[in-house]
Write a protein that binds this ligand. Structure first.
Ligand code: T46
Length: 141
């Protein structure tokens, strides 16, 4: 099932291969993941009450899977906001460019794996919310 959250953000089930030994998810570039994967990172060992994110990306596309534990991802395109609970290793969240994201309520066992279409580039980050609103609203006006 695919659930649209914002025009360029969606939550989707990913196919699970299962047999008597357990379950496995495979994510392939240009198949389940709608881009070529340039980078993988993961967030783990989160401290209580330590929200993360608070930025947008000018161009980056990402595909995030909470493989263990849970968190709430807050998504905001400057016009609409959506909160989505990530707590399943068989669901993936696509986040397109120009979306402000905040991660809240990460459980201590949370492992968030993120696939990205570009290498790390600090210049792609917009870390000031007012600047983000200016750019996001200007872009769609
Ligand atoms: C995002 C959310 C979901 C690197 O050196 N390389 C990397 O690929 C990344 C992602 C981070 N870093 C360094 C930069 C900082 O010194 O790791 C440190 C923590 O990164 P940041 O504060 O950006 O982490 P979050 O959790 O606020 O945001 C991250 C991603 O940066 C971001 O792209 O969308 O997760």
């Amino acid at each position: 099932m695919k659930q649209d959250l914002l025009p360029n953000c969606w939550l989707t089930d990913v196919p699970v291969k299962g047999d008597e030994r357990g379950r496995l998810v495979a994510l392939e570039a240009q198949h389940e993941v709608p881009f070529d994967i340039a980078r993988v990172y993961y967030i783990f060992d989160s401290e209580p009450n330590a929200p993360r994110g608070f930025h947008a990306h000018r161009n980056l596309q990402q595909y995030a899977v909470c493989v263990r534990g849970s968190l709430t991802m807050r998504l905001d395109n400057g016009r609409e906001k959506r909160d989505v609970l990530l707590n399943r290793p068989d669901q993936a969240l696509y986040i397109g460019s120009m979306v402000w994201r905040e991660m809240h309520d990460l459980t201590p066992d949370c492992v968030l794996m993120v696939l990205a279409d570009s290498l790390y580039d600090e210049a792609d980050y917009i870390r000031d919310y007012d600047r983000f609103l200016e750019l996001a609203r200007g872009a769609g006006a």
